[in-house]
Design a binder for this molecule. Structure first.
Ligand code: GRG
Length: 294
């Protein structure tokens, strides 16, 4: 199994489904739908959808059952990026190698495009079918919990309130990243499992895997922020340092941060034992995310 090939194929399937399920740019209000599509199809890595797909495969599922969940998490992720880039948040001009939504469409439309992407994520669930163990109520609980005020938004609040403070500790950083980043990756892994009718033991393993890979993903993101160019990242590099944000490299240095990401990834691998050799895509994905340079 070639992980790059898997990622490319999964991205193609997800983009095809998103194109079908998100209203066309000709649908009124055209500015809104154009803005939603602009950010959605700007060239993200599609990591969360790939995690949905790989988790489903590990539990013996097929692609079509996992697609609605893959699209839902990508819509939530894209909404969070649009809002994160707003002047009242991180105030960023570039994302996914292009000018940010508010730079192109203005702040009002950017806020609304984010709102509409969050809402449409839940609409995606109508394309999903229940399994023997999981119903739409379970799918909804999963998405609302990850995107809500105790997880994704709680992480953003803690991030905002932590700016410029010099008394934050490693535990504060972990609190932010568990919510802002890990929660949606964990939710992606769990939804992939649910799409494939995962056993309770498999779901538990995916929960642990998504959590650890999510934390490792953010540690690597912090490292790339100081080691890569804006051009390569497709977003402004060095942003965390300039905003006086606490990051893993600022707290423990680059070398220890890298070791920490490796440790988290190895812990994620340990949880894959539950799949008895069927989790090759999940393993490949975690390795790819650890070694990525953008
Ligand atoms: C509710 C007002 C409001 C805002 C929500 C939750 C939130 C804003 C923002 C969090 C967004 C964020 C920057 C999270 C950190 C996770 C992270 C490293 C995102 C980048 O993910 P990639 O690298 O991006 O997968 P691509 O563009 O490749 O999809």
């Amino acid at each position: 199994m070639d992980i790059k090939d898997f990622l490319d194929k999964s991205a193609v399937s997800v983009e095809k489904a998103l194109n079908k399920w998100v209203p066309s740019a000709r649908t009124k209000p055209t500015t809104l739908h154009t803005a939603m599509r602009y950010s959605l199809f700007a060239g993200g890595k599609r990591v969360r959808p790939a995690l949905v797909m790989a988790s489903s495969l590990a539990c013996g599922g097929d692609e079509s059952a996992a697609l609605p969940f893959a699209c839902a998490v990508e819509c939530i992720h894209t909404y969070s990026l649009i809002h994160d880039d707003l002047p009242c948040m991180d105030d960023d001009d570039f994302r996914r190698g292009k000018p940010t939504s508010h730079k192109v469409y203005g702040e009002g439309i950017a806020v609304l495009a984010g709102d509409a992407l969050l809402t449409i994520a839940f609409e995606m669930l109508q394309h999903a079918g229940p399994t023997k163990r999981y119903t739409h109520r379970d799918f909804l609980a999963e998405l609302t919990s990850a995107a809500g005020s105790r997880q994704l938004i709680a992480g953003q609040v803690a991030d905002l309130e932590g700016e410029g403070r010099d008394d934050l500790k490693l535990s504060d950083l972990k609190f932010i990243h568990e919510r802002k980043t890990s929660a949606l990756l964990q939710c992606s892994a769990r939804l992939g499992g649910m799409a494939a009718n995962a056993t309770p033991r498999q779901l538990e393993a995916l929960t642990e895997f998504g959590y650890k890979v999510g934390l490792a993903f953010q540690v690597i993101d912090d490292i790339l922020d100081v080691t890569q160019t804006s051009e390569n990242l497709g977003k402004t590099a060095g942003k965390d340092v300039n905003a006086g944000k606490l990051t893993y490299p600022s707290l423990m240095g680059l070398e220890r941060s890298r070791k920490y990401a490796e440790k988290l990834t190895n812990e994620a691998f340990a949880s894959l034992l539950a799949f008895r050799g069927r989790a090759t895509h999940l393993k490949g994905l975690a390795e790819f995310l650890l070694a990525r340079d953008r």
